[in-house]
Structure formats: C-alpha cells, structure tokens
Design a protein around this ligand. Structure first.
Ligand code: NFE
Ligand code: MG
Length: 565
C-alpha cells in the first residue's frame, strides 16, 4: 500500500489536502481535508441582517456574488418579502453572467491541462488542427493562420525556457492521450477563453457596479435605479452593452466550450467509468421569474443512489422538503463536540487538533440530506433537470451526448454520466443552458421596463420577536444555502452550507465518505510520483475551499502548514 499526500491541490480556490492509499495501480481509500479556517458565520452574530450580504460575499474570492444573492434571499425568506420583477431579472442576469465566467475559467484554466498536454501541442500540424476544428464547430477563429500563431507563441515560451503559467503540468504523462492537433486546439482555446471569461464578468460589473464583490443588492431588491434617459442609471446604453457582451459569450460557450468538452471527452471514454463516488444528487430551483420564487426557470430536486426513479422535485423558494432535509455533522471536523444538527440549531466553535483520519481531520463540516451525503454541482443540476424533462437541459444534454457518442463510437446515455468525465460534460451542458437563459432574462427585463414598471425595491421591516429564514442559489459548484435566525432585527445565528462543503465533506458519524473521498476510490494511478488521475477527479468538482469552510483566525495563529508542489 502506497500513501500519496497532495497538499495543497493547485488550480483551485483555497487549501485542500488529499490523501490516497494506492495498491495494485488503483486507489483503495481516500480522505479530503480542508486546511484553512475562516470565520464569517461567527462575525455576523449581532449584526443587522440587511448588511449580512456584504460580509458573506467575503467568504470567497471566486464566487462573491453567489453569497450576496443567497444572503439577501435568506433574510427575505424570513420576512416573506416579495421582490420586484426588475430586481429578480437583474439578479438573475448577474448570477448567469457570473456562472458563465466561472465555468469557462474552470474548464480551460483550472482543469483542461489535466487532459491537454501543452508540450505535445508543439508537434501539431496547424492545418490539420484547423480542419478538425472546422468539422466540429462553425467558430470563426479556428483558421490555420490563427492556430499557427498559437503554436509559434507556445514555441517562443519554450525556447526562452519560460513556460510561465504552463510550467508545472504533468506533460508527457502516460495518461495523456490526445493527438498533438487536439492539444493545440486546447491551448488555442485556453488563450481565447481568457478574453471571454472577462466579457462575462463585465456583465456582472455593469449591473453589479464592480466584481469581485458586487455593490447593487439590498434586502428587498436591488439598487439599480432605472431611467432610460439618464446617464447615471440603468439605461438603454448599459442594457445594450450587457446584451452585446452576453451574445459574444454565448457564441464562445456554444461553439467552442461545448464542442471542446465533447471532443476531448470522447477521446478519454474510460473516464466515464471512474470517479462516480456519491450518486445521491441535490440541486435547487433558480432564476425566479415572479416576485416570490414560486416559478423558476431552472428546476431543482434530488436523485438517490443514481436511480432516476427516485427523483423528487424541489419547487420553490419555500420548499419544506429542502428546508427540513439539511443537517451538518462535525464528527470528523475540527469543531467542538460531535453532533449532527439542522443549520438553524448549529454553532461554529473551532477546535483544531492533530490530523487524525480516525478522528477529526478537516475544517469542512459534513452536510447531509435526510442523513445521506449528496453530490452537488453541474452533474446534479443536469441529471435533475433531465429527469424532470426540463426542455433546454434535455436538448443540450442529448446534443452533447450525441456528439460524444459519434466521436467515441459508443452510445453514451445520461445514465452513464456518473463519473469524472460526466461532471465535465454536465458542466458544459449547464453552461449552454444558462447561456440561452441569459438572453431570455435580458429580454424579460427589457420588456418589463418597456411596460412602464421601474420598481426595484420593497423595504424590509423586522418584527420584534424571532424569525427564521433560508435562502438558496444554484451556484456554479452546486447548491448553496444560507440560514439565518433573526431576533429583534439582529442576527442570532447564521450558517452557510456551501457547494464545496457538500462535495469536500469528510466522513460523518456513520463513517459515510463525502463525494470527493468516494469518487477517488477505484481511480487508476499510472505513476504514484505523478498522481495526475487524482487531480482529474478532484478538479472535475471545481473545488473551492474558501467557500467550503468560510469560518479567520482572529489571532493570526498558524493553523496549517502547506508546501507548494
Ligand atoms: Ni468559492 Fe462557491 C459557493 C463554492 S460557487 S466558489 O457558494 O463552493 O460555486
Ligand atoms: Mg457553514
């Protein structure tokens, strides 16, 4: 038995340590450990609930926006406060644009190089690469001259001995299998993706005033005054700027990202057989089109044990099945005690001890739904949508699976998506779906303003007694929920249960592994010195440990020592 410790895992947000035991060329056991502690939940206690969103955004450096939205939704839920339609659409456009940015960055910049060998791209024939690209997609920027320029740029990095951002990959690893032309296309689109992720983020900035950390929210609506004839407000010029940026990003997603994932995935079909792990899935509804979150454009629900017939829908922002199902365990997490509790009843008292995989070994708590570990994220979103018959999800999933099947020469069905590769395919499908919905919600906003409605805000008022509320959002990495107990207009308890908390969770008191841990068992390891396969599976979840733990050591005490790879 060989033990491999990867600490820290790179190309993610935050500090994640993964331990695996390897025997006979495959992983036998695995542990995921969050190696940083923050403290946002605790510093909210005693504060005004109307400012919680400003603090919660600081949970993460990647997905600030999602915590802002979820926080205002939690307080609005406690007050049962309706939100004007314009505010819903503006919020929806922000979360859509943020997700488009986030998924493009994840595929190209954080995970593609686990599959694409940058150094091999130097051997590619640009004309052949261009012919292949043009057989897959009408994208106009795949010509021979452009691909030749990318190869020359790469060659100049290598000749100067300065691979820069490409310096530390597992180039030449036996698990890298793409032909040089596909590797060149991957590098070519990696560079283009830098531009398109920025365009998506510009939509967030235009509507949210800045990013990271948007400024335009309020409990009860948004602060985007609407006056089409005023330079200082949301006007026609800004709305059309948003539209043209969205249209450009939609083109990139549909003509570059989706075909790339299908083509690269089809050349690694064996990865449909690795990395399933926890096949209980959870997603929540999102993109409300009414003032109460009763009607949503993205469906939510659960699937247990990978069995589609167990599908149960989560239908609105007031859903008892979701509200009552969530608990967190700290049996193996560095907090005082050993309990499993509903978020309204939780506390966050840090207590760091040695790394002990039989005892406590992570800062991440272990969320459970009706007692079960759940996988959240694009795969859950797509499977839940597919089973519920959500039209755009079905259409994009069928199209993508058709493409993969054609290239791989095997029929790939949704039931085969429980895997490392399935998570990438599902993320591409989800990105295509939300790219369409971005254009739809832009239209909804413009039509609503054109009808004469310029409302953006309903003022909240807090009762003297106790109220409780939860808010959720289907963030890029999956289901995010915030839970607030409010007493006399002040926060009494605040808990965030975050996508990466679900997926990176350690074991619970019943010794059930979290999704990262379970998904590593059975993965092949060709070379224990270079555990590329572990990275493939972990990166397929898109980890964010800052989100997962969100809990600063105020004394600045060293809580973990990490070594750079
Ligand atoms: Ni910090 Fe985030 C949240 C996570 S969004 S990146 O919430 O996990 O996907
Ligand atoms: Mg929490």
């Amino acid at each position: 038995m060989t033990r491999i410790v990867i600490d820290p895992i790179t190309r993610i947000e935050g500090h994640l340590r993964i331990d695996v035991e390897v025997d006979g060329g495959s992983v036998r056991n695995a542990w995921a450990s969050g190696q940083m502690w923050r403290g946002i939940e605790n510093i909210l206690v005693g504060r005004d609930p109307r400012e919680a969103w400003i603090f919660t955004q600081r949970i993460c450096g990647v997905c600030t926006t999602v915590h802002a939205i979820t926080s205002v939704r939690a307080v609005e839920n406690a007050l049962q406060l309706e939100i004007p339609k314009n505010a819903q659409y503006i919020r929806n456009l922000i979360v859509i644009a943020h997700a488009l940015h986030d998924h493009i960055v994840h595929f190209y910049h954080l995970s593609a190089l686990d599959w694409v060998d940058v150094v091999s791209a130097l051997k590619a024939d640009p004309a052949k690469a261009s012919a292949l690209a043009e057989s897959l997609s009408p994208w106009p920027m795949n010509g021979t001259v452009a691909l030749q320029a990318t190869r020359d740029k790469l060659k100049s990095f290598v000749d100067a001995g300065q691979l820069g951002i490409f310096a530390n990959g597992y180039w030449g690893h036996p698990a890298m299998k793409l032909p040089p032309e596909v590797n060149l296309l991957g590098v070519h689109h990696y560079l283009q993706a830098l531009d398109y992720q920025r365009k998506a983020n510009e939509v967030v900035t235009t509507l949210g005033s800045k990013t990271p950390n948007i400024q335009n929210l309020a409990v009860g609506g948004v602060a985007n005054a609407i006056n089409l004839d005023n330079q200082a407000t949301l006007n026609m010029e800004k709305l059309y700027r948003v539209k043209s940026l969205l249209d450009e990003v939609v083109g990139f997603v549909q003509q570059v990202y989706v075909p790339d994932v299908c083509a690269i995935g089809a050349m690694y079909p064996e990865w449909l057989g690795h990395g399933a792990g926890v096949t209980n899935y959870l997603a929540v509804p999102d993109l409300p089109v009414d003032t109460t979150g009763t009607e949503c454009d993205l469906p939510g629900g659960t699937i247990m044990n990978g069995d589609f017939s167990t599908h149960k829908a989560i239908t609105s922002f007031n859903d008892d099945y979701f509200r009552d199902g969530v608990e967190e365990s700290i049996a193996h997490s560095w907090y005082d005690g050993d309990w499993q509790r509903h978020p309204y009843e939780e506390e966050t008292v840090p207590n760091h001890t040695e790394y002990d995989e039989k005892g406590k070994y992570s800062w991440v708590k272990a969320p459970r739904f009706q007692g079960q570990p759940m996988q959240v994220g694009p795969l859950a979103q797509v499977l839940v949508g597919y089973v519920a018959g959500h039209e755009p999800t079905k259409r994009w999933a069928d199209a993508a699976l058709g493409k993969v099947s054609a290239v791989a020469g095997v029929k790939v069905t949704p039931a085969m998506l429980h895997s490392t590769l399935g998570r990438h395919a599902a993320r591409a499908v989800r990105t295509a779906v939300i790219s369409e919905l971005g254009q739809k919600h832009w239209q909804l906003l413009v039509e609503n303003i054109a009808s004469g409605d310029t409302d953006i805000f309903n003022p909240p008022s807090f009762p003297s007694g106790e109220v409780r509320g939860y808010g959720f959002h289907e963030a890029p990495r999956g289901t995010l929920s915030h839970w607030a107990v409010i007493q006399g207009g002040k926060i009494k308890n605040y808990q965030a249960v975050v996508p990466t908390t679900w997926n990176a969770s350690p074991r619970d008191s019943k010794d059930q592994k979290g999704p990262y841990e379970a998904s590593l068992v059975g993965n092949p390891i060709a070379d224990p010195e270079r555990p590329l396969e572990v990275l493939r599976t972990i990166h397929s979840f898109d980890p964010c440990l800052a989100c997962a733990i969100h809990t600063l050591d105020l004394e600045g005490r060293e809580v973990a020592r990490v070594k750079a790879l």
